[in-house]
Design a protein around this ligand. Structure first.
Ligand code: MRU
Length: 353
């Protein structure tokens, strides 16, 4: 199966439902959910049925459109208040990926800036347009990141990646995996990819290994704690990872474990690149210590993937879903506008972020 044929997130033809691929069931089952209620859409984001920073931005944009379309009023004030309430509800689903609030802010701005002289149905139509724009821009941005990232690769390279920043995490192509799809498009058949399994939710094992193997890429799954030996054995030429929020100085949050990979890459002298659509760059945050890190349920660590609980009852568990990588460990940040090199704050300014 071509993984690019899977639509991670879309609006139904009649524009009344959000269609998402339920990623909690992968790789065993490819099942789509049709959602219309805001609470179901929020639950899907919380439960990682739809996940990956860009994909949750697109899902939230469509979710807000659906909430607006379901309001039963012609009164502009009542309409704007209802949309605002829905926005806050969706925004509370997950705290770390800035794409969620970025997409929702962009959607609400459409009605705040456009409301004077417009009717409720006209504003709903504008919201639909904006959500569709966020969706199609995400595809174009991923393609551009893919092309730029491909320029860093040589035939035969071994690439290590962490978590899933592939087509499943975006509207299509992905960010960290986009250069690999670009290589396939150009007929390359000799790239090798090492996927960290990504404890505790196994996005690397369940999603990255699934999508790359389905695409016909030479894919090797490793446990998170095998990254060091894999690098020491000379198998890794470059690291590509995605991100959930990049700060103005280049510090960034990504799936927990990423900072450890960056530290290892520095130790072994391996280039470490972050693939970042502009929707993930948060120029409002000066550095990584301001990023809110999502804490998730302890059961994800102690029992989720085991036939029997594997940790003693009552043991204390920390389950931060993300960590922050210091910008000094980053070789470059691949955005759709070009590759930013240190000092990142200057490069971001030059790109107009
Ligand atoms: O918790 P998840 O699965 O949503 O975490 C996803 C990641 O950390 C990705 O690397 C990131 O969102 C970038 S996706 C292009």
């Amino acid at each position: 199966m071509d993984p690019l044929s899977l639509d991670t997130v879309a609006l139904s033809q009649d524009k009344q439902k959000l269609i998402i691929l339920d990623q909690t069931l992968l790789p065993g089952e490819v099942k789509y959910l049709a959602l219309s209620r805001i609470e179901d859409i929020r639950e899907s984001i919380c439960a990682l049925r739809v996940r990956g920073a860009p994909a949750i931005g697109v899902a939230a944009a469509y979710g807000l459109y659906l909430a607006a379309a379901q309001t039963d009023t012609q009164d502009l004030d009542v309409f704007c208040a209802a949309v605002h309430t829905a926005k806050e509800r969706l925004n509370s689903a997950r705290p770390t990926a800035v794409n969620l609030s970025w997409a929702l802010e962009r959607m609400e701005r459409v009605i705040l800036e456009g409301r004077s002289g417009m009717t409720v149905p006209a504003l709903i139509a504008r919201l639909l347009q904006e959500a569709e724009a966020i969706h199609s821009e995400d595809i174009a941005i991923s393609r551009s990141i893919g092309r730029l990232g491909l320029g860093l690769l040589r035939h035969g390279d071994g690439i290590l990646t962490h978590c899933n920043a592939g087509t499943l995490a975006t509207a299509k192509y992905g960010t960290a995996l986009a250069p690999i799809y670009a290589a396939l498009e150009d007929g390359w058949t000799d790239l090798r990819v090492y996927c960290d399994e990504t404890r505790p939710l196994l996005q690397g094992a369940r999603l990255t290994a699934f999508e790359l193997q389905s695409a016909g890429v030479d894919t090797t799954l490793i446990c998170d704690n095998m990254a060091s030996i894999t690098m020491a054995r000379g198998k890794v030429d470059i690291v590509f990872v995605g991100c959930d929020r990049v700060c103005a100085n280049g510090d960034f949050a990504n799936k927990v474990g990423t900072s450890g990979v960056a530290i290892l890459a520095r130790h072994y002298g391996i280039p470490f690149y972050v693939c970042a659509p502009s929707s993930t760059i948060d120029m409002g945050l000066p550095s990584g210590d301001h990023i809110v890190i999502e804490e998730r349920a302890s059961q994800e660590v102690t029992e989720l993937w085991y036939a029997r609980r594997m940790a003693p009852e009552g043991v204390k568990v920390d389950n931060p879903a993300f960590d922050v990588t210091d910008h000094t460990l980053v070789t470059g940040i691949i955005t759709e506008k070009g590759i930013a090199y240190p000092p990142f704050s200057l490069a971001f300014q030059q790109f107009g972020f």
